[in-house]
Design a protein around this ligand. Structure first.
Ligand code: PMP
Length: 416
């Protein structure tokens, strides 16, 4: 089955009404209204997704593709339905280009072990950028260690922008693969992945784009980007944890051997050997997170119904609202000043530890993340052990940002 183009017309959205879909946003924390500013860590879930997971267990629970009974057919349809929806959402040419995984980390490891490991030899290199998440560093390091290859790192500016000329310069013949984050989870930087993909393609270097932080916030089309692999994680897209996907063209997936072996991924098994199912099923051994994918399908419908253009515009407006207000807090320094940036604001306040700040903000009902954000090398680049990070989503409000800034003022006084 081929997939149809998605409808991307922007429409007016009633954001207050949208917010009401998220039951958790009505709760209190330490007696204060919850202000959830940690969506880059994991997004909150609308009731439609929660109800879909609930309905799965109440009405459809069965294993996928293993039985002919009605429930198994329903469970399989929900699981395979998520593949269809992801294919449309990501702009894939075909549903078979989508491998369902437990998230970005598993998708990236699948590419590392199945695609890249057999292709690397001593002296080869894998190029990444200085702003990668550990999920786009460690898998390559593991296979470099097995093969005698090494990592190369493309530098960034102090503002947190990739130095594109340096990335291109680094695409030397020993580079056999590149991995780039689309949107940095720490800096919010939106990388020019289309341009990077074009340069990689010119040199025949496969490119993996980590879409963990872009898929929930930007309209996407993997074919227009022109990369070879695109990985996403469902829990940041308002879907359940333990869901995600790898997109790659069919001929690439077909060239890759299975990574995990077990049930569901085979055609025939004897003690002399096994023949495998076609891709993507040959990569999906074992019982999947079926309930999770039932929820992810609904999350994708939900995001699509609001419209990714609308979501991107709303979050940009929130970023523009929050940035000057945070800058006005005495001693506050924003880390990540890229011109093209998603609604992620990492910051430090002079003389205050990020964890202390986050702990006191939590007492005020404000949930921010503090620490290294799974990006140790980036912390080393900025010479800090960690930052506080407020990450916004379309369900946040200007009033929440005001309350956050007011809470920061109170916390500053306590820590001074
Ligand atoms: N890459 C980036 C940029 C991320 O922000 C994250 C999650 N913090 C990941 C990869 C890993 O995602 P997951 O843990 O869902 O596999």
């Amino acid at each position: 089955m081929s997939v149809a183009a998605k409808d991307v017309r922007p429409v007016a959205v009633d954001w207050a009404c949208v917010r009401k879909d998220f039951p958790i946003l009505a709760r209190k924390v330490h007696g204060k209204p919850l202000i959830y500013l940690d969506s880059a860590n994991t997004a909150q879930k609308p009731r439609q997704v929660i109800e879909a997971v609930d309905a799965f267990y109440r009405e459809h629970n069965a294993n996928v593709s293993r039985a002919v009974h009605q429930l198994s057919e329903e469970a399989t349809a929900l699981y395979e339905g998520a593949r269809d929806k992801l294919a449309v959402f990501l702009g894939a040419s075909h549903r078979d280009e989508i491998v369902l995984t437990s998230g970005t980390t598993m998708a990236t490891n699948l590419v590392a072990y199945s695609y890249l490991l057999p292709r690397l030899k001593p002296g080869d290199a894998v190029l990444v950028t200085a702003m990668e998440h550990h999920a786009d560093i460690v898998p390559w390091q593991l296979i470099c260690k097995l093969t005698g290859a090494h990592l190369k790192v493309a530098p960034i500016t102090e503002a947190g922008e990739l130095i594109v000329e340096k990335f291109i310069e680094a695409l030397t013949p020993e580079v056999k693969f590149a991995g780039v984050v689309h949107v940095s989870n720490v800096l919010g930087t939106i990388n020019p992945v289309k341009e990077l993909a074009r340069e990689c393609r010119k040199r025949g270097i496969p490119l993996l784009v980590d879409g963990s932080q872009s898929a929930p916030h930007l309209p996407l089309n993997v074919k227009a980007i022109g990369c070879d692999f695109y990985v996403v994680t469902g829990h940041k897209m308002c879907g359940p944890t333990g869901t995600g996907a790898l997109w790659a063209r069919r001929e690439i997936l077909e060239s890759m051997p299975p990574f995990f072996g077990g049930g569901e991924m085979i055609r025939t098994v004897t003690f002399d050997g096994t023949t495998f199912a076609d891709s993507p099923h040959k990569f999906e051994a074992g019982t999947p997170n079926t309930a999770g994918f039932a929820g992810l399908g609904v999350a994708i419908d939900y995001l699509t119904r609001i419209g990714m253009e609308n979501i991107a515009a709303r979050e940009h407006a929130l970023l523009e609202y929050a940035t000057p207000r945070l800058e006005a807090v005495p001693g506050l320094r924003i880390i990540g000043r890229a011109a093209n940036k998603a609604a992620v604001i990492s910051f430090l306040i002079d003389g205050m530890h990020a964890h202390d700040l986050a702990t006191l903000l939590d007492q005020e009902g404000v949930a921010v993340r503090s620490g290294h954000h799974c990006a140790h090398p980036l912390m080393q680049f900025y010479g800090v052990t960690g930052t506080c990070r407020a990450s916004l989503a379309f369900y946040n409000t200007e009033a929440e940002i005001d309350a956050f800034v007011a809470a920061l003022g109170r916390v500053r006084k306590l820590l001074q």
